[in-house]
Design a binder for this molecule. Structure first.
Ligand code: K1U
Ligand code: ZN
Length: 184
């Protein structure tokens, strides 16, 4: 298993549509394992393949202790609107309020290639929508008003120099250990 580099805003891979997975192979399962490891190391609740420079339609999530590896996920039903703050592992230090459906039903394949349906509310629904957006080149800042988007991007301009080559190095952090991100 490996912790992968996370791509940050400015890397073109984050703006590309992903490629549908035709068969859930051992290579895809290895990608899922590495993505979980990377997500936990970065202390996120979700991660999508483009964030680690990959083009397969794959995402992983761990929301309130429930783990999901989703292949070719798509929203098949949604309800209501919820207003809430979002961040993104690919845009560190930048946050914004985004309206999302409060509840979604998502159809996907699991790691064994079996079709599954997940119903998510609140944070799980938000995370599902955030990750599925990543799989289609969309980022949460795209939903901000012109003024808030401008402010968010201006903030990012100050931080992006910390990520040469649009790469964020993530180190697994032992509890209580010094945070070594950016020092690898
Ligand atoms: O895809 C990503 O960039 C991961 C991102 C997903 C996300 C889901 C829902 C709301 C915002 C962002 C994160 O994991 S952000 C960091 C995080 O750990 C977190 C966000 C909201 C609530 C709790 C934790
Ligand atoms: Zn994100």
């Amino acid at each position: 298993m490996s912790i992968l580099d996370i791509r940050v805003l400015g890397d073109p891979v984050l703006r590309k549509d992903t490629v549908k997975v035709e068969s859930v192979t051992d290579d895809i399962r290895a990608l899922v394992r590495d993505m979980f490891e990377t997500m936990y190391a970065a202390e996120g609740i979700g991660l999508a393949a483009p964030q680690v420079g990959r083009t397969e339609r794959v995402t992983v999530m761990d929301v309130e202790g429930a783990k999901y590896a989703l292949i070719n996920p798509e929203v098949i039903a949604q309800q209501g609107i919820s207003h809430g703050e979002e961040g993104c592992l690919s845009i560190p230090e930048v946050f914004g309020e985004v309206d999302r459906a409060v509840a979604v039903t998502v159809r996907a394949l699991d790691e064994n290639g079996h079709e599954i349906e997940i119903e998510g509310n609140e944070l799980l629904a938000r995370c599902l929508q955030h990750e599925i957006d990543h799989l289609h080149g969309k980022l949460f800042v795209d939903y901000l008003s012109v003024l808030k988007r401008r402010a968010a991007l201006a903030k990012w301009e100050k931080f992006k120099a910390d990520y040469p080559g649009y790469i964020r190095k993530v180190a697994f952090e032992k509890r209580g250990a010094h945070h070594s991100e950016g020092e690898l």
